[in-house]
Design a protein around this ligand. Structure first.
Ligand code: AMP
Ligand code: ZN
Length: 448
């Protein structure tokens, strides 16, 4: 499998370490529900793992849970966890466990295979402190006057290799890191350990005083420790390229004296109805929102698969509805095509997937197969589904309309022709309660 590497700006073969593909994926900051944009990025590591498995590789995947130290981007430094804890009036660890559980539930709804380990930042404090001490001992980090520990950016000569943001072009005051930088020697230095100051929650003792870890050191500490000091593939959203991944690379490489990561993969962002998804735009969409509209969460997965991971994509309710319909059609056809659970390999699908995760091409091939005269359509679909993960083999259970359903459907047609909209809505609710899904199109009412 080849994937585009952000650092070398080339397609690169995915490697293994002692026969295993070690993958690290930056995980969620568990102060809120993951939105569908976050999920697009989390799906990316699932696709890489599934393609690797299809190609006969073993996979060891680690995804961190950030439950301390991720500061908000506003002008004052605020830990996102503590901010939310104040808002919900509960202990920050309670917030962390609540949203962590919901994160796992969302992954399951999208058929994302769980990582092998989900280390929590708050439970890896010692690991981070060890790494920070090593960086101080080797001269890459220093203790500031404020008892925080900083990484000295200028000591790491290839800083900026992933993002192209070289130190000499990073002007002081440029908004790329936290603003509270009084004790730094150089404006681009960043905190590895932050002194607690007034803060009393989520703080730990350390050789440099009470405090808490910075966000970037977490990913270095966990990836080096849990993936035997070498990451074959590192995955995250495009916004993490800088400064998060740039800083992680500097920390990890400084400690081990060589490249810690072979391949940096970044997924492009998701827009919703043409706009960046954000709380302030009021267009944050959650998996829950799909469920409440009767849309299968795997329709979201199909929408993602229809777009290349390296392109920004615009998700709309219309595309979700269309994907939901496609899934139903495919599952119905799969039932018609037989009951075998044997997959039949297809070179074109295999080539598409191993060529920089070209899922749109694989989907296109499925549409061709669907319309073709090929013998074993079911087997070919099952083959693709090992990576696409759309549950295409899920049996469709056909049921007969009951006389009561028929009666209500007829009543609703009549109500609509007489423009009695309130009655029509009421009848829809009754029908939905009986398990029917109703759609109104230009051709009239349809149901499934
Ligand atoms: P966070 O929980 O904010 O730390 O983000 C978790 C992951 O989601 C990171 O890898 C981000 O890069 C990614 N991410 C955030 N917003 C989007 C978006 N709109 N589309 C795709 N990925 C995103
Ligand atoms: Zn990370």
């Amino acid at each position: 499998m080849k994937i585009y590497d952000t650092k070398s700006r080339e397609l690169q073969q995915v490697g293994t370490t002692q026969g295993v593909m070690n993958m690290y994926c930056c995980g969620p900051t568990v102060y809120r529900d993951a939105h569908v944009g976050n999920l697009r990025t989390f799906l990316l590591s699932d696709l890489i793992a599934r393609i690797a498995i299809l190609e006969g590789m073993k996979v060891n995947a680690v995804q961190n849970i950030t439950d301390v130290g991720h500061m908000s981007d506003d002008f004052v430094e605020h830990d996102k966890m503590l901010q939310q804890a104040t808002l919900e009036k509960v202990d920050p660890f309670e917030i962390a466990r609540k949203y962590e559980e919901r994160f796992h539930a969302d992954l399951a709804r999208l058929n994302i295979i769980p990582a092998n380990q989900y280390p929590r930042a708050s439970e890896s404090i010692e690991l981070m402190q060890d790494l920070i001490q090593k960086l101080i001992d080797s001269g890459f980090a220093y203790v500031g006057e404020d008892s925080s520990v900083y990484f000295e950016a200028q000591k790491f000569s290839s800083y900026g290799a992933i993002s192209g943001n070289k130190l000499d072009s990073l002007k002081p005051g440029h908004r790329y890191e936290y603003h509270n930088d009084g004790a730094k020697r150089f404006h681009a230095d960043w905190a590895l350990w932050k002194s607690a100051g007034e803060r009393t929650e989520m703080v730990w003792e350390s050789p440099w005083g009470t405090g808490f870890p910075g966000w970037h050191i977490e990913c270095s500490a966990m990836s080096l420790d849990l993936l035997a000091g070498h990451v074959d593939v590192h995955v995250g959203g495009i916004d993490l390229r800088f400064p998060h991944h740039e800083n992680e690379r500097a920390q990890s490489n400084a400690v081990i004296g060589k490249e810690a990561v072979d391949l940096w993969v970044h997924g492009e962002h998701l827009l919703f109805e043409g706009r960046k998804m954000s709380k302030s735009s009021g267009n944050v969409v959650l998996v829950e929102d799909l469920l409440s509209k009767g849309i299968d969460p795997l329709a979201l997965r199909l929408c993602f698969l229809e777009n290349r991971y390296r392109s920004q994509m615009d998700l709309t309710w219309n595309s979700l509805q269309a994907a939901d319909e496609t899934l139903k059609r495919w599952r119905t056809k799969m039932s018609e095509w037989g009951t075998s659970s044997e997959a039949t390999s297809d070179q074109e699908i295999a080539d598409a997937l191993s060529n920089d995760i070209d899922t749109p091409r694989a989907i296109l091939r499925l549409r061709e197969i669907e319309k073709s005269n090929l013998e074993d359509k079911r087997g070919l679909f099952l083959y693709a589904d090992q990576v696409l993960g759309l549950d295409l083999g899920r049996p469709i259970i056909a049921r007969e309309l009951t006389p009561q359903m028929k009666k209500l459907l007829d009543e609703r047609i009549k109500a609509r022709s007489e423009k009695r909209w309130a009655d029509s809505d009421e009848l829809r609710v009754q029908l939905e309660n009986l398990g029917l899904q109703i759609k109104d199109t230009a051709e009239g009412q349809s149901w499934s």
